[in-house]
Design a protein around this ligand. Structure first.
Ligand code: ZN
Length: 341
């Protein structure tokens, strides 16, 4: 039914005159996109290619959208200041080298002031993220089927093809996200044991971290940097002192290394249950401007009471151009208003 409604409603709503009429609404419904690491080949699973990102940015330029920085969008919403017509915001999470060398230049081609949320221990070259390790182990095992023996449960996974591996990566990461983050290394060892591999001490090329020198160059080139924890562990699954250290420690590293970091925190993995009032209070007590999640939705000032500055919503950049166009027009907003889902 949902699919049917989608197909019936989208063509008329996307047509030019209606979109033009709705542009005043768009000013108040700003999509913020999260761009994950780009991939060159989507056959090995899902992902955004450099070409797709270029197509999305090209679409926005052609159709009169304006790139604004997350900082400007937040200030505008907080202070009810005007923004350029049809504003769109882009963000990147984690801080891998390839985001600096492949993704950032694409944003530069389009003069798009994107914001990097970085895992500061990664830029300090102390780690590569636990969830990247899970992905690497599952991608690289020769086994067609694995059983991961976690403390209370065994996770049985079929890795017979690219799609199944994709699902297995999600399932394993989601399973670990629910566990105590203090025993994270045990969980990773169990994944490694099941795959018959050992976790490389230094990261494979795809997961090579960026560094502070590169961050400084990008900052000078118009990009903004902001904290995304020290280690990318799930804050709600840690004790309070550790969660506080993840938040304040990552901010402290940014202020030491860069000239103008943005005091907006990005929760690791950012789902509603990955953070809570404890984290929000730490952020408020320490004068963070805002915090961003991965809860889908628009930045909006229409319902100020609903704008929770410490759980700002974002969309994953969709893999389909049709979905992307829908997010950038008022269709998603319209559908929500009409309670179509
Ligand atoms: Zn992340």
């Amino acid at each position: 039914m949902k699919e049917l409604l989608k197909n019936i409603f989208i063509p008329p709503l996307a047509s030019r005159p209606v979109s033009a009429l709705a542009s005043h609404l768009l000013e108040l419904h700003i999509p913020v996109f999260l761009v994950h690491q780009l991939v060159n080949d989507t056959r090995t699973g899902s992902g955004i290619t450099p070409e797709h990102l270029r197509n999305c940015l090209r679409y926005l330029v052609k159709n009169g959208h304006n790139f604004v920085s997350l900082k400007d969008a937040i200030y505008a919403l907080k202070n009810s200041k005007p923004l350029p017509e049809k504003p769109v915001v882009f963000t990147m999470d984690d801080g891998f080298m390839q985001q600096a060398t492949i993704t950032a230049p694409i944003f530069q081609e389009f003069n798009c002031p994107a914001t990097f949320f970085v895992i500061t221990d990664m830029l300090d070259r102390q780690l590569w993220p636990w969830d990247a390790k899970v992905s690497w182990l599952i991608n690289n095992t020769k086994k067609q089927r694995i059983a991961i023996k976690f403390e209370d449960e065994t996770l049985k996974l079929d890795l017979g093809n690219a799609e199944k591996k994709h699902l297995a990566r999600y399932k394993t990461r989601d399973f670990i996200k629910e566990t105590d983050m203090n025993t994270l290394s045990n969980s990773l060892e169990q994944v490694a044991a099941a795959t018959g591999l050992s976790i490389p001490e230094s990261p494979p090329e795809f997961y090579e971290p960026a560094n502070w020198d590169i961050a400084r160059k990008l900052e000078a080139g118009g990009f903004t940097f902001a904290p995304h924890s020290k280690t990318h562990r799930i804050l709600s699954k840690m004790d309070e002192a550790s969660a506080r250290d993840e938040i304040l420690g990552s901010w402290q590293r940014l202020t030491t290394e860069l000239s103008d970091p943005l005091k907006v925190f990005c929760y690791p993995t950012g789902r509603p249950f990955d953070f809570g009032s404890r984290e929000i209070n730490i952020l408020k007590d320490n004068d963070f401007l805002a915090a961003i999640s991965t809860i889908p939705g628009y930045l909006t000032s229409l319902d100020n009471h609903e704008l929770n500055l410490y759980a700002l919503p974002r969309f994953d950049l969709p893999e389909s151009m049709t979905d992307f166009i829908q997010y950038c027009t008022w269709i998603e907003f319209g559908k929500k208003t009409m309670h179509l889902y």
